[in-house]
Design a protein around this ligand. Structure first.
Ligand SMILES: O=P(O)(O)O[C@H]1O[C@H](CO)[C@@H](O)[C@H]1O
Length: 330
């Protein structure tokens, strides 16, 4: 049985003491690649050494240490397709990596260059509703950190609750309401390893203001400023979409867009001191009044279709922002 040593005041004992490693498979795929299999079902907090091993596998395989990490939202996998000199790692072939189970999340890690910067992109993220604990969902963010990533760019598809938002608009996230956190769930639950970050991280300045401002300028330069908003995202557990009463409650709480991801990744990134830029592509308008209109019900097909329609602008926004970062002006 894999278990962590919790007898030392809540810090993971990460010395080479045999804890945290077992002979089980974390993702049910016998890929013959694993040197330190780890049973994450029993202990969702991946030990530092296991994350280091995954990071080494990637940096050695890719031959670069990426500076920017990108997480592609539903239907936004094209953000990874524009990476040049790409080395592609299928999740199934990465030791101790979970597998993607959602349509629109290909399950590939792409490492290469974009606009002069070294990047790594997750073409496929992990969601709580897939059955993964939050620590497992956001484990790749720690892998990014140990690969050398300093900036996390997280993207998602989301429902627009703010009545001013239209389908296809982009909301730059400046804050979030963590509904899973309200329910007592966090990717940081369990023993804390100070090599990643502090036991009690502050989240007051989670979303980098300079990057938000740069993105607004870029939106103007692209001529899409009327489709760009700055707002608050909320993550629910999913996989069901929200009831009208839930959407009304979220609106009263100041939420502008709702989805089922990103927040756990941002928490994990801020915990290990990465700078964060995140945006939601509004793929559907959320109904906040009761009606019988079937065509106003959200569906993943609609989410994917809108993401496909808007992927070009999303790619341009991300590319331009990365170019500014690479030139040192963001
Ligand atoms: O947040 P991303 O991964 O973009 O996906 C969003 O789209 C899916 C629902 O259609 C959910 O997974 C929701 O979170």
């Amino acid at each position: 049985m894999t278990g962590y040593n919790n007898s030392n005041g809540g810090e993971v004992n990460t010395a080479s003491n045999g804890n945290g490693h077992s002979n089980g498979h974390s993702n049910g795929h016998s890929n013959g690649n694993k040197s330190a299999d780890y049973t994450a079902q029993e202990n969702p907090t991946y030990p530092y050494e296991v994350i280091q091993e995954i990071a080494d596998f990637i940096t050695k395989g890719a031959g670069v240490r990426p500076k920017i990490g990108i997480i592609c939202g539903s239907g936004l996998g094209s953000l990874a397709d524009i990476i040049q000199d790409a080395r592609i790692f299928e999740y199934e072939k990465i030791p101790n990596f979970p597998v993607s189970t959602v349509e629109g999340h290909a399950g590939k890690l792409v490492v290469g260059t974009l606009e002069g910067a070294t990047v790594m992109a997750m073409q496929g993220r992990f969601h709580f509703y897939e059955g993964y604990p939050l620590a497992k969902c956001s484990m790749p963010v720690r892998v990014m950190k140990l690969c050398g990533v300093e900036y996390l760019f997280a993207t998602n598809a989301a429902g627009g609750i703010n009545p001013r938002y239209g389908v296809g608009d982009i909301m730059l996230m400046h804050d979030h309401v963590n509904m899973l956190g309200f329910a007592g769930n966090s990717p940081l639950q369990g023993p804390n390893d100070p090599r990643f970050g502090p036991r009690f991280p502050a989240l007051t300045n989670s979303y980098n203001k300079d990057l938000i401002n740069k993105a607004i300028e870029i939106g103007k330069a692209m001529g899409i400023e009327s489709n760009i908003h700055v707002g608050v995202y909320s993550c629910l557990g999913g996989p069901n979409y929200e009831t009208i009463a839930e959407l009304k409650a979220l609106r009263m709480m100041g939420v502008d867009a709702v989805g089922m991801s990103t927040v756990h990744e941002v928490i994990t990134a801020r915990h290990c001191d990465m700078k964060v830029f995140a945006f939601s592509l509004i793929t559907n308008k959320c109904a906040t009044e009761y009606n019988d209109k079937k065509d106003e019900e959200p569906s993943h097909d609609e989410v994917m279709a809108v993401a496909k329609m808007r992927q070009k602008d999303c790619c341009e926004l991300v590319s331009r922002l990365i170019r500014e970062l690479a030139m040192g002006s963001a």
